[in-house]
Design a protein around this ligand. Structure first.
Ligand code: FE
Length: 233
């Protein structure tokens, strides 16, 4: 695994007292052993490591990406730059660095839905989304979303009309993708910061739509986005 160009972000140890759904990979075992040795030797304070992990999970996390999305929604010129050179446009807002050096933003439209995966491991745009959720790293998601994206998305609660083309993007160490979701109807009067608060991590991976949770909400056109739920294997 260590020769795999994808294998740079196997930082998956769980400091939250949770559980690992799968056995630790060799890289994870090495990282854990190293952490324990450094902690035992008094070289590293475990609260420091927790602090770094928490920063990526909660602070740096998806809020950075949400601000990028909100800016693109309110500023057409910025949206243009984002779709042309995402790394540069994201840096305009002050975000960048490791695991985000080569960003590509793909835009959802009424006709096209984008979803991101890393089929080999868990490549993910840290500077804008923080750390990947466990399901993103799961072998099931990585394998199935390529073969049957519509079914996987439906299982995750996102049922797309048959007329919508689904595009699956495979992240790697070279390119990290971010989905620019559609701005939900009924948010025309919201300010940029209010819009950012609506944008979720999953919407930027492409496994959810952004919903208008507050502000003036107009009822969605009936039946426009919710065909009968499909049964999936
Ligand atoms: Fe990867």
């Amino acid at each position: 695994m260590s020769d795999d160009p994808h294998d740079r972000d196997a930082h998956t140890h769980d400091h939250g007292g949770g559980h690992h759904p799968a056995p630790l990979s060799p890289v994870e075992m090495r990282a854990r052993a190293l952490e324990e040795l450094l902690t035992a030797a008094g070289i590293v304070d475990p609260t420091f490591i927790d602090g770094v992990v928490n920063a990526y999970e909660r602070d740096i996390g998806p809020m950075n990406g949400a601000r990028v999305v909100a800016r693109a929604w309110v500023d057409p010129a910025y949206r243009g730059r984002l779709l042309t050179d995402a790394t540069k446009a994201i840096a305009e807002l002050g975000f960048g660095g490791p695991e985000g050096e080569h960003m590509v933003v793909v835009e959802n439209t009424p006709d096209v839905h984008n979803v991101v995966v890393c089929t080999l491991c868990s490549c993910y745009p840290w500077p804008v989304l923080g750390l990947p959720p466990n399901w993103y790293k799961s072998p099931a998601y990585r394998a199935r979303v390529v073969r049957e994206p519509r079914a996987v998305l439906a299982e995750m609660g996102l049922v797309l009309a048959e007329s919508v083309e689904v595009r699956v993007w495979d992240s790697s160490a070279e390119i990290r993708y971010l989905v620019l979701p559609e701005r939900p109807p009924g948010t025309e009067t919201l300010a940029e910061e209010e819009l950012a608060a609506l944008v979720t991590r999953d919407a930027m991976i492409g496994t959810a739509h952004v919903a208008a949770r507050h502000g003036p909400i107009s009822p969605p056109p009936s039946g426009s986005t919710s065909p009968p739920r499909q049964q999936t294997p």
